[in-house]
Design a protein around this ligand. Structure first.
Ligand SMILES: [Zn+2]
Ligand SMILES: [Zn+2]
Length: 246
């Protein structure tokens, strides 16, 4: 299974990550990844870069070696109303937006609140994907959210950092969660994106556990955007409302 994209990666701009864009891109190229998004934490996380980091990604080249660089962000929910910590004037600087619940930025609410908040984020034209939705503290109605995702042409994330280590009980629990998420996505026809959420270069594009899970549940490969360069580019272009690949 050859993955062509890794759309959730961190760099030293988030202080609890330890590699540079250049190191990440070199590893991406080694793994056959063609499209890589830099998605450092947006402003509400304690370790996030200064907001200028996001406005200024335009200074990066579009390609390092054979890897196309997508200027992204891992945005934080700041309430249960679908609001994210992206200032309005930052949107034009971003090609790719993952929306995530993180403890320091938002305290858990009820299942209904998380579900409604996820759906509101999906309705936000510029949000591409919901990230690592496996946290039990932020449980939600999986089917309702997957249906909304399909209707708005968005994607759910299979976050490999959460399932990488089979000997870690938390990862085994998350693996079970993703097995269920993928079964609902398959039934509802919802796209998924496979991401490393890498905090060091060595895990960029290291997707063996995801391949294992996709095979185990016989997940339809046509719903995995990360396996098809053309479809991934079209997906990015549609929500970016501009073709960044030309
Ligand atoms: Zn995160
Ligand atoms: Zn992350």
């Amino acid at each position: 299974m050859q993955f062509i994209a890794d759309m959730h990666t961190h760099t030293i701009a988030s202080s609890h990550a330890y590699s540079t864009v250049t190191e990440n891109a070199a590893e991406a190229e080694r793994k056959g990844i063609k499209i890589m998004a830099m998605t450092d934490h947006c402003v509400k996380m304690p370790d996030s870069p200064h907001e200028w980091h996001f406005y200024n990604q335009k200074t990066l080249p579009r390609k390092i070696g054979d890897v196309f660089l997508v200027r992204g962000v891992e945005a934080n929910f700041i309430d249960h109303n679908g609001n994210l910590d992206i200032p309005a004037d930052m949107y034009p600087a971003l090609d790719w937006i993952i929306a995530c619940y993180h403890h320091p930025a938002c305290m858990p609410g009820t299942m209904t609140q998380h579900t409604e908040s996820y759906i509101k984020a999906i309705e936000n034209l510029r949000v591409n994907c919901l990230g690592h939705t496996d946290s039990p503290d932020f449980a939600y109605d999986i089917r309702e959210v997957c249906v909304a995702c399909r209707e708005y042409g968005k994607a759910m994330e299979l976050n490999v950092a959460r399932i990488r280590d089979p000997d870690n009980p938390l990862h085994s629990e998350a693996y079970k969660f993703y097995r269920h998420l993928l079964s609902v996505c398959a039934e509802e026809g919802t796209n998924i994106v496979v991401d490393s959420d890498s905090h060091f270069w060595n895990t960029i594009g290291a997707f063996d556990r995801a391949a294992e899970l996709i095979e185990e549940v016989k997940f339809p490969q046509e719903l995995v955007l990360s396996l098809d360069e053309r479809r991934m580019k079209d997906f990015i272009t549609r929500h970016r409302q501009r073709n960044i690949f030309e």
